[in-house]
Write a protein that binds this ligand. Structure first.
Ligand code: BG6
Length: 502
């Protein structure tokens, strides 16, 4: 099969509807190794040539095998086994059993036309107690995974920290409350870079610092229809403001020190940067005054995370607001904080807020979401696909990074196989197409977005929601571990294949 025609796409969607096996539904013989129909041609809906199409996952959400081959305990093991923390009493001991099924999962990605894969490395597999002697079997697992990906023509983009802190560091130092954990993370980063950078050229350091810090240390809440809904994560602490700001500081310092360690220990030219869930203020109107207001607001909203990572120091406005609760930063740490990144990854799901310009300081006015504002399935997920245009555009105008990757974008949906066996996730299809349309606009205007990773490859252990929220392009039956691509997988494959919004 040289290319997938529209008719074949229709046939493929029909095949999904007939509940055919993954391999048959996606068509025998993958077009992945052949030139895309859009290659070299320009179209109003095309992405730039060489744009990377991928999916993202994280270790704790899919691997299972939490006690196998010398893997140490993580704070998520402890949290998931604490009564009442995870919906329906679920845990991730088995999850998607990816640790044993990674070959099948890589084959599945190849069939989906995936060209880049963002997965995370479980720190407790490499250093079971966070520091000390590395665990060879843990390193081997990721080494085999990298080889399998490369053999399938998929470029690996590992993330070093997707929230599974070794429990030993929590017990010994209070985890991210301590500067010791920052050093341990840098050592671990350098070690992994040394082991894998012969085959991996790009690493992401930490995933969504704001999420694991605030949900894990502040009892974070989100407003849903006028009510506050708690969103809590491991380790489940509630710290006072000064201690919370210190944890925030340690995490951004860890990202800077990790960059230094990767550069020092990895093969020459190895690149890295964070994968951050930038909080984006979206202007009500695309007009210079409104856009300026959105830029000011975005810089402020991210003051303790992306702004400090990109500017190398805290904005004065934040320090003034924090007052006596501001983080304590030594001169040496202030220098480390200024370490530049090679690129940035942004996870983009929803607008943080819509803003109007204002003559009063701080120069913008946040407007509340209307009660009837549409949302996707998750309580936090207000719908606003235009954020996929504004997030990279504003990040680019504020900080001019060399390259931007969309490291996550996706949604949960109430996916169930229908009588014919297919999973018709029409809402995810709508969400993805709309987000891609806005992203395409950004690339067409010259914003340097180099790739898109859909969150996520397959349904997984969705943290505190257990297996009750499905984000995958592929449906997983957790009793049998059978993987079934959903309708949106067909959409993703076609878009990746054509390098365009379809
Ligand atoms: C991102 C995380 O924040 O969003 C993922 O990086 C997570 O790990 C996804 O699965 C969905 O989040 P939530 O809060 O709905 O589980």
């Amino acid at each position: 099969m040289s290319q997938l025609s529209r008719r074949e796409f229709g046939h493929y969607a029909g095949a999904l509807a007939l509940g055919m096996s993954t391999t048959r539904a996606l068509g025998a013989g993958s077009p992945a190794s052949e030139a895309s129909p859009q290659a070299g041609r320009s179209s109003a809906l095309s992405f730039p040539q060489g744009f990377r199409w991928g999916v993202a996952t994280s270790a704790y959400q899919i691997e299972g095998a939490v006690h196998e081959d010398g893997c140490g305990l993580s704070i998520w093991d402890t949290y998931a086994h604490t009564l009442g923390k995870i919906e329906a009493g679920h845990n991730a001991d088995v999850a998607n059993d990816h640790y044993h099924r990674y070959r099948e999962d890589v084959a599945l990605m190849k069939e989906l036309g995936v060209k880049v894969y963002r997965f995370s490395i479980a720190w407790p597999r490499i250093f079971p107690t966070g520091t000390g002697s590395p665990n060879g079997k843990g390193v081997d697992f990721y080494s085999r995974l990298v080889d399998e990906l490369l053999a399938a023509g998929i470029e690996p983009f590992p993330t070093l920290y997707h929230w599974d802190l070794p429990q030993a560091l929590q017990d010994k130092y209070g985890g991210w409350q301590s500067r010791e954990t920052v050093n341990a993370f840098a050592d671990y980063s350098g070690y992994v870079a040394r082991k894998l950078s012969d085959r991996v050229s790009r690493f992401f350091t930490l995933n969504e610092i704001g999420t694991f810090v605030d949900r894990g240390h502040a009892g974070f809440e989100v407003q849903v229809g006028g009510e506050n809904v708690p969103l809590e994560s491991a380790p489940g602490l509630r710290l006072p403001p000064a201690e919370l700001n210190q944890v925030r500081f340690h995490a951004v310092l860890a990202q800077a020190l990790s960059v230094q360690a990767i550069h020092a220990m990895g093969k020459k030219g190895t690149q890295c940067g964070p994968a951050d869930n930038v909080s984006t203020a979206v202007p009500v109107i695309d007009e210079p005054e409104h856009v300026r207001a959105a830029e000011l607001a975005t810089r402020e909203l991210n003051a303790t995370y992306l702004t400090v990572m990109m500017e190398g120091k805290y904005p004065e406005t934040f320090l003034a607001r924090a007052g006596k609760h501001a983080p304590r930063v030594t001169d040496e740490d202030a220098r480390i904080l200024a370490t530049p990144v090679d690129f940035i990854g942004i996870n983009v799901y929803r607008p943080a807020v819509y803003v109007l310009p204002s003559a009063q300081l701080p120069g913008y006015q946040s407007i509340p979401f209307n009660v009837s504002h549409p949302r996707m399935q998750s309580s936090w997920h207000l719908l606003g696909p235009e954020v996929m245009y504004w997030a990279p555009r504003i990040v680019h105008s504020l900080w001019k990074p060399n390259a931007i990757y969309i490291t996550e974008n996706g949604c949960a949906a109430s996916d169930e196989p229908s009588e014919d066996g297919a999973v018709y996730d029409s809402d995810r299809n709508m969400f993805t197409r709309n987000c891609l349309s806005h992203l395409q606009r950004a690339t067409a205007e010259g914003v340097p977005v180099k790739g898109y990773f859909h969150w996520t490859l397959m349904d997984n252990f969705e943290w505190s929601a257990g297996y009750g929220k499905r984000f995958g392009l592929v449906y997983v039956d957790f009793k049998t571990q059978k993987r079934t691509p959903k309708l949106s997988a067909a959409y993703f494959r076609e878009a990746a294949w054509r390098n365009a919004v379809v």
